[in-house]
Write a protein that binds this ligand. Sequence first.
Ligand code: HEM
Length: 397
Amino acid sequence: MGTIGSADALADVHAGDPYPVYERLRETEPVHLFRTGSYLLTRYTDCQRVLVERECFRAPGGHGPSGRTVHHPTPVLSRVMSSQNPPRHTRMRTAVARRFVEHVRRQQPWLSKLCDQLLEPLVETLRNGAADMTALAEAFPRDTIMHLLGLYPGDRDLVSMLVADIFPTSGPLPGQDRAGAAAMRMLIDYLQGEVVRRRRAPGDDLMSELVRAHTDCPEALPHDELISVLTGLIVAGYPQIAAGIETGVVLMMRHPDRAVFLDDPVGARLFVDEVLRYDAPVQFTPAPRIPTKAVVLSGVTIPAGAQVWPVLGAANRDPGVFSQPDEFRPGRDGSRHLSFGGGAHYCLGAELVYLEMSMLLRRLRHRLPDLAPAQPPCQRFGRLRGFTSVPVIRGER
Ligand code: HEM
């Protein structure tokens, strides 16, 4: 392994445009030993292998066949599903996967109404001036997951605040954990209270169904796993879609000729896939993978027990898999992107992501076909992409 000029590739990634850094890494040092002792992978084939080969690459949960507990690099996230191995991971995923999909399907008409309700004030504001799209980008997925779980809408600000503190902690950069840990404790306390309420008075929401599943068969879904599932649905459940929507809106305005893909549902899915490939909303998996034995990736031997981070945003721009990867081209075979991970931990919310992103972007195009930037958008750097502001106006084009 050589160096790439900066021993701190990750600090570069967190401070500015990551794609030139990824390109250099992929070409010169595809297995990069980071100063914390973690390995960063930037080639598609290496990332995919690590995500898919579960026997060889474990999550850091410490519940694998060896029973060995691995120190979690981001303890705040040590309880969520993506950090777990079988049998704990299998129990958690089995308990929630089918129920989650059913609730999303059932709530589709509600989601459609919510989307229109949130669009209305934006359309109104844009009659007289500019608006920032980030508020809508956050509100739609946040209100959706809160509704699916049956959380009280008045708790929106609390949930937003806690998630904002928890999210930046989840990545290989150390030292950001304290605020995240406190917020995670508060979120868990809040959810414990909600679980107690549903035990007394169940509703027809997803959380009530999961609480019932736990009560009926605690071996299939123990209490701490129930809480972890719920926590994960919130933490994994909306900042990423918000980032995807923000990026989608910016790309729609930047490439009006390609926004025509949004005119029909099939094209919209291709558009969303290309948004997710072009600028992966989450650049790293929430948890690293740990090789169970020494492995060789791109000619480099990684010892057993090391932390390995597939850099999804880098894999998605690998020219060996995507031709002219730095171009935004909906309609290419972009569905092979790794933005949802892969293998056993493949994103549980992927279908909800396609649903929400294509619904909102399609309606924006229909209701506000002349949407244009009022000022340059402000990119967010780090593990979570998207934008911190997307000021828009009508009719400038
Ligand atoms: C654009 C939006 C989203 C992106 C880019 C995204 C990305 C990811 C990625 C990369 C993983 C894989 C983690 C790994 O392999 O370690 C993952 C897992 C997961 N995602 Fe998403 N996600 C998104 C939205 C959602 C939503 C809306 C939900 C649910 C409401 C969700 C729930 C989960 C859960 C529960 C897991 C863990 C699955 C497991 O470990 O079995 N995600 N997501």
